[in-house]
Structures are given as structure tokens and as C-alpha cells.
Design a protein around this ligand. Structure first.
Ligand code: ZN
Length: 175
């Protein structure tokens, strides 16, 4: 499977590594987002069975997936991971002119790679999605940016409504 890389290459600084507990905390949220996009029972059990491991991936690689296993770089190619402890809102990010969720300098997510986005990206591969030109399934990620799943099939409109309500700071998963 093709790796997901940092858009600007390896960071010039070396951020601390995260722990498996950090990764697990984000994984729960990633599974909830995908579950809410309307997966079948089989697809759900598939993504729940994926084994996630932290490792020192080469160069600017942030994550990589096979059908049963996902590898996540220990420190996001040097940028450091943003491990979101409020993964169901985007309060650390603002919408820019292009509709992207971007963290400014005052945010704890500034300059870091969004771990939740990368975990959801790799789960997307497990579900059979290949790389797109951009968006969650794009082949690179900018620091300070958060990406969410957009599913463009017949179910799209209700799913888009769901995810835009998340972007607006609402929390339908906990209603
Ligand atoms: Zn990928």
C-alpha cells in the first residue's frame, strides 16, 4: 500500500514520540467516525480488527497500511502528533477560505500532524479506498490541518450533513 507522507517533507525539528496509549485513545474516535458514516456490520468488524502499531517509519512517512495492520510513525516525521483529547469537536481548528480546518499559532495543534486524521486515513485503506487527489484519502498531509471522512456515494448527502455538523462544533455522536 502507498504510504501517507508529510506534504512538506521531514521536519527540521524532532518532536517527542507518542505512546501506544495515545494511539489507542484516538483509535476509538476514528472507529466512531467511520461507524457513523454508515458502514455495514462486516465493514465495522473489519476495521475493529485492524492492528495498529507505532514504529519509526522512514523519511516523511506518517502512516502505512496493509489489509490487517497499520503502522504509524512515532513522531509524525519529526513534526509531532496532535493527540486530540476532544476528538469529536474541531475546536483547535478554524475553517480557512478553502473550507479546510486549519490550526493557527494560538492552537495546541499548530505545527503538528493530526493523528486522528491519519488513523482514519489508514482505516480508509482497510475499507478498500485508494488515494484521492486530496482530502482524507489524499497521499499527503499538511501540519496544522485536520481532515475528516467524506463519502461520495449514494449516501453522501446525509453523511455530509453529519460531518458538517461536526465541523460546526456539534456532537451528534454523543446525543
Ligand atoms: Zn494512504
Amino acid at each position: 500500500m502507498f504510504p501517507l507522507v508529510a506534504a512538506e517533507g521531514v521536519s527540521s525539528t524532532v518532536a517527542p514520540s507518542i505512546t501506544q496509549a495515545d494511539l489507542d485513545s484516538v483509535l476509538d474516535a476514528a472507529l466512531s467516525y467511520w461507524a457513523a458514516s454508515g458502514l455495514t456490520e462486516d465493514q465495522l468488524s473489519l476495521i475493529e480488527s485492524v492492528n495498529f502499531a507505532l514504529t519509526d517509519l522512514p523519511d516523511a512517512t506518517l502512516g502505512a497500511a496493509t489489509s490487517t495492520r497499520v503502522l504509524i510513525d512515532i513522531n509524525a516525521a519529526g513534526y509531532g502528533w496532535f493527540v486530540d483529547d476532544t476528538p469529536f469537536d474541531s475546536s483547535e481548528y478554524s475553517l480557512d477560505a478553502n473550507g479546510n480546518l486549519v490550526a493557527d499559532e494560538s492552537s495546541t495543534a499548530f505545527g503538528r500532524m493530526n493523528l486522528l486524521s491519519v488513523v482514519m486515513h489508514e482505516l480508509g485503506h482497510t475499507l478498500g479506498y485508494d488515494h484521492d487527489e486530496d482530502g482524507l484519502m489524499g497521499d499527503s498531509l499538511n501540519d496544522s490541518q485536520r481532515l475528516l471522512p467524506v463519502i461520495d456515494d449514494a449516501e453522501a448527502s446525509s453523511i455530509d450533513d453529519f460531518f458538517s455538523s461536526l465541523v460546526d462544533g456539534e456532537n451528534p455522536l454523543l446525543d
